[in-house]
Design a protein around this ligand. Structure first.
Ligand code: ATP
Length: 305
């Protein structure tokens, strides 16, 4: 695989008034991968994406897309990427056919045959007005425009928000197919962990403006375990053990999400006469909640300290 960095953010920070929306974010996306950007509402996903698109200038740090500055070299960067925004801002008065012709004029590499195939696959009528489309159809029309010029980089901001599960799968499958076929790069934001898990090669998790976890999906999954432990002491002692991220349950049996080396954790557990009752791989959902709650604890402690 070509490991060139299609996107490279270094220490990017962004403030809206008192709100720190991005807090020293560094993130690299290699060529040819699907990166799933996960985060709760307000975590900073859209703000990060706006920096990639050159719609926002980094107040601190640097952003490079294709090795270019997306603010200063916006025409070149935008001509090489496809973008589906969260609010699908398409001109409401146009028909689907007009939207396709209008978009073709912007992109020298627009592929009319591919656009037509997508239109049929998405079951969009040529003559339907944008303002009359359902949420799902609107997302499909936006995706068609984002895909049909065969961009090197596809940026999808919450592509499936408001869509039913069937349409979600259809959209995601189209994305995955296009990526698999042509080795293009996708940056894909979502708060739906099941779909992130289905389509991503790598994931980055955002919590309160920070990237708290970033890596290949299989490594993220393999490096986190869910343990049920019997431990007749306080939750805080368990939480202080090496690699423990989040604890639930009690008073005697606890479910622990942990990462890193197992041995150090087990040694610490045995020292206080705890024992493992059950063990398995943590789900992406459990990992995300564990990371988010850990981050909240650390932030509170830092502020307190
Ligand atoms: P969602 O999943 O809800 O779209 P997100 O992860 O995309 O969330 P952002 O839209 O990037 O989050 O917002 C990050 C934070 O910055 C939020 O607290 C939001 O309220 C704030 N924010 C975003 N845009 C603005 C703005 N133009 N003015 C003031 N605050 C803003």
């Amino acid at each position: 695989m070509n490991m060139d960095r299609i996107i490279k953010l270094e220490q990017v920070s962004r403030r809206y008034g008192a709100k720190l929306a991005l807090d020293g974010v560094s993130l690299e996306i290699p060529s040819g991968v699907v990166l799933g950007l996960v985060g709760a509402n307000g975590a900073g996903k859209t703000t990060l994406i706006k920096h990639v698109l050159g719609l926002l200038r980094a107040q601190r740090g640097s952003v490079r897309v294709f090795g270019l500055d997306p603010v200063k070299q916006s025409v070149e960067v935008l001509s090489r990427l496809g973008y589906l925004s969260e609010d699908r801002d398409l001109p409401p008065w146009m028909s689907v056919g007009e939207l396709m012709r209008y978009s073709r004029a912007f992109y020298p590499r627009w592929d009319s045959a591919y656009a037509e195939r997508l239109r049929q696959q998405f079951q969009l009528s040529d003559s339907s007005r944008i303002r009359t489309l359902s949420k799902g159809e609107l997302a499909k029309a936006g995706l068609l425009v984002a895909l049909a010029h065969r961009p090197e980089l596809l940026v999808l901001d919450e592509p499936s928000s408001g869509l039913d599960p069937l349409v979600r799968r259809e959209l995601l499958e189209a994305v995955v197919r296009s990526v698999a076929e042509e080795g293009r790069t996708v940056l894909f934001s979502s708060h739906m962990l099941d779909e992130i898990g289905r389509v991503s090669d790598r994931i980055a998790m955002m919590v309160q403006g920070r990237v708290v976890l970033n890596g290949p999906l299989h490594e993220v999954l393999e490096s986190h375990r869910r343990l049920v432990v019997r431990f007749p002491q306080s939750k805080d002692r368990l939480l202080a053990m090496p690699g423990a991220l989040a604890i639930q349950g009690g008073p005697e049996e606890w479910t622990v999400i942990r990462n890193g080396g197992q041995e150090a954790f087990l040694n610490a557990l045995h020292e206080v006469r705890g024992e493992v009752v059950e063990e398995g791989q943590a789900t992406l959902e459990e990992i995300f909640h564990a990371r988010a709650s850990r981050h909240a604890v650390e932030t509170t402690e830092n502020h307190a300290g």
